[in-house]
Design a protein around this ligand. Structure first.
Ligand code: NI
Length: 255
């Protein structure tokens, strides 16, 4: 029983066999997963997918890559999507200074506006932070612990992880936790309390060892959970159960 809290099965990589993939992963232990939107159209598709499958939930948001394309009324459109019962989070949102596909000032404005919306609609946030650790922390800390959410595919330092934990955030690990050179990330995972850790795939990207380099799908969350179990010195079943409970607590609780 696994909960992949972050995947993009609506991406083109799955156009040829999406229905087969969904049937297979659900039959093979993925009992819940979150389809995460990256712009308005993708968020709408995520909600529609979740409405067709009772084990899939959706998140709606504008990814930093897409920030410059957000229409003037994007907040109203997002709010409508977030009012759907199957839409459980605002995401993925954040800052990406690695690719800089949108100007940084635009990224920051769209990020801040969405954080404010999350508070207004009482939904958790799914945060993307790539090489923008300082500004991401500043934006989240500005809300003084009022936000709930997760640092998705965590790539920051142990010190930052401690700050996010103090702000009430969950820390989520993806395929990179299994990579050979990821000793720093494994130190972070060793530190994060068992009741504040999530696992995800970020499919179709970042396939974990031993399937690294292939198209990722939510079933591979098992490899991330297995690595987490090893780091924590617990059984696979214990790690699976803890991350399942944590995912339910963050995303599926009525507030
Ligand atoms: Ni993602």
């Amino acid at each position: 029983m696994l909960y992949d809290t972050h995947a993009h099965v609506n991406e083109n990589a799955f156009d040829e066999d999406r229905a087969d993939v969904l049937a297979r992963i659900h039959a093979n232990g993925v009992s819940l997963y979150n389809e995460v939107g990256t712009d308005l159209a993708d968020s709408r598709r995520a909600v529609a997918l979740a409405q067709r499958h009772d084990w899939i939930y959706a998140a709606a948001g504008i990814h930093p890559h897409e920030a410059k394309h957000a229409p003037a009324d994007y907040l109203t459109q997002l709010e409508e999507l977030l009012a759907q019962p199957r839409c459980v989070a605002l995401g993925e949102i954040g800052l990406d200074y690695h690719y800089d596909f949108s100007p940084r000032d635009v990224q920051r404005r769209i990020f801040d506006e969405q954080l404010t919306l999350a508070l207004a609609v009482h939904k958790p946030v799914i945060i993307h932070d790539r090489e923008a650790h300082q500004d991401t922390m500043t934006a989240i800390a500005a809300h003084r612990g009022a936000l709930r959410g997760v640092m998705h595919c965590y790539s920051g330092s142990l010190e930052d992880a401690k700050r996010y934990l103090n702000l009430g955030f969950y820390i989520s690990f993806a395929g990179p936790l299994t990579f050979k050179n990821a000793s720093k990330l494994r130190e972070v995972a060793a530190y994060v309390p068992m009741d504040r850790v999530l696992c995800e795939t970020d499919s179709p990207y970042l396939a974990p060892v031993p399937v690294r380099g292939t198209r990722n799908d939510p079933q591979n969350v098992s490899h991330v959970v297995r690595m987490l179990a090893e780091i924590k010195g617990v059984s696979f079943e214990q790690a699976a159960q803890a991350t399942m409970e944590n995912g339910k607590n963050l995303f599926l609780q009525e507030d």
